[in-house]
Design a protein around this ligand. Structure first.
Ligand SMILES: C[S@@+](CC[C@H](N)C(=O)[O-])C[C@H]1O[C@@H](n2cnc3c(N)ncnc32)[C@H](O)[C@@H]1O
Length: 295
C-alpha cells in the first residue's frame, strides 16, 4: 500500500501537461533551438542573444545560477572575471524580468556579496522581495580575516503577488544511525503535522554534487543538486507551467522539469552537449526528494 506521500507523487506524475509549442513563446524569426523534448527547448549560445527572442510575460518561473565572477574555469567561452560583472547581470536580469508573467517567480543563486546588489536591482524593476534563502555549504575553505563562509544565497522575488506558492513540508529529522527522531519540538511533537515541518528559509539538507559526473573532457559544468531545483520548481509552479534557466550548466533545471512535467526553456554557452547527453540518458524518474507538497 503506497503511503499518502507516495500516492500523491504518483498522481502528480500521471498528469499529462501536453506537448510544448515553443513557437508560441518566441518572437517571429527566432533561432531554432538545438534540442527539443516534448516539454522543453534548449539553445546553445549566449543568454544575451537568446533572451531577446522570447516574448514578453510568457514565463512562470525564472531560475538563474550565473557564474560568480570568481575567475573559475568553465568552458572556453565563459568569462568568469568581468570588471563589469554587475552591469552584465543587470542586462540579463532585465531581460528575465521582461519575459516573466505577472505573478511569476524569480530565483537567483549567487554569493551573498552579489545577491545584495542583485536583489536591490530586482526591486527597482518592480519585483517584490519574498525570501533570502540560505543554502548551507558543507565544504568551503575558510577566508583569513573573515567569518567562515557557510552559505550561498538563493534570492526569491515575485512579479507582484505570486500566482503559485505551494506549501512544502520537509520530513521530521531522524538519526542516520538509530532512526530515532532528533528533536523533541519543545514538547509539541504530538500536535505536529505528520507530513513534516514547514520548509524554512535556511536549507541545510542540500547535498553537494560530484562535478565529475557532468564533466566533458576538461570542461566542468558546475551542477547543483536536483533537490534544490526540485524545491524551487515544486514551490513556484504547477505541471504545464514554463520555467527558464538562462545558465543551464549541466541541465539540472531541465532534468527536474522533465521529471515534474513542467515546460522549460534552456540556454547554455558552453555545455549544451552535456545537457543533451544528460537529458537523453538520465533516469528522470530518479529525481525525487522527501519533501511533501501540500496542494
Ligand atoms: C554555475 S553554472 C550553472 C550550473 C547549473 N545550475 C547546473 O546545475 O548544472 C553557470 C553556467 O553558465 C554558463 N554561462 C556563462 N556565461 C553564459 C552566458 N552568457 N550565456 C549562457 N550561459 C552562460 C556557463 O557555461 C556555466 O555552465
Amino acid at each position: 500500500m503506497p503511503s499518502t506521500r507516495e500516492s500523491r507523487n504518483q498522481t502528480r506524475l500521471r498528469l499529462d501537461s501536453g506537448q510544448f509549442d515553443v513557437s508560441g513563446v518566441l518572437v517571429p524569426d527566432a533561432d531554432e533551438p538545438i534540442y527539443r523534448t516534448s516539454l522543453g527547448a534548449l539553445w546553445s549560445g549566449d543568454c544575451m542573444d537568446v533572451l531577446p527572442m522570447i516574448r514578453d510575460e510568457v514565463v512562470d518561473t525564472v531560475f538563474a545560477d550565473p557564474p560568480f565572477n570568481l575567475g573559475k574555469e568553465y568552458g572556453e567561452r565563459t568569462n568568469d572575471l568581468r570588471p563589469d560583472y554587475l552591469e552584465w547581470c543587470y542586462q540579463w536580469l532585465s531581460e528575465c524580468v521582461r519575459i516573466l508573467k505577472p505573478g511569476g517567480s524569480f530565483f537567483v543563486y549567487n554569493l551573498p556579496k552579489w545577491n545584495i546588489p542583485i536583489g536591490a536591482f530586482l526591486g527597482t524593476q518592480g519585483l517584490e522581495f519574498r525570501h533570502w534563502i540560505a543554502v548551507e555549504l558543507s565544504a568551503c575553505l575558510p577566508i583569513p580575516g573573515r567569518l567562515h563562509p557557510s552559505h550561498y544565497s538563493l534570492l526569491y522575488y515575485s512579479k507582484g503577488k505570486p500566482k503559485t506558492f505551494r506549501k512544502i513540508r520537509t520530513p521530521i529529522a531522524l538519526c542516520r544511525h538509530c532512526g530515532k527522531e532528533l528533536k523533541d519540538y519543545g514538547g509539541h511533537r504530538q500536535a505536529m503535522n505528520p507530513n513534516g515541518v514547514n520548509l524554512k528559509d535556511v536549507w541545510t539538507d542540500i547535498p553537494p554534487v560530484r562535478h565529475r559526473k557532468f564533466k566533458s573532457g576538461d570542461r566542468k559544468a558546475n551542477a547543483l543538486s536536483t533537490k534544490l531545483l526540485d524545491r524551487v520548481v515544486e514551490m513556484s509552479t504547477v505541471p504545464g507551467d514554463l520555467v527558464i534557466d538562462p545558465f543551464g550548466g549541466s541541465g539540472t533545471t531541465f532534468a527536474v522539469c522533465e521529471s515534474r512535467r513542467r515546460h522549460w526553456l534552456g540556454i547554455e554557452l558552453d555545455f549544451a552537449d552535456v545537457i543533451v547527453d544528460r537529458l537523453e540518458r538520465d533516469d528522470i524518474r530518479s529525481h525525487r526528494n522527501d519533501d511533501f507538497i501540500e496542494d
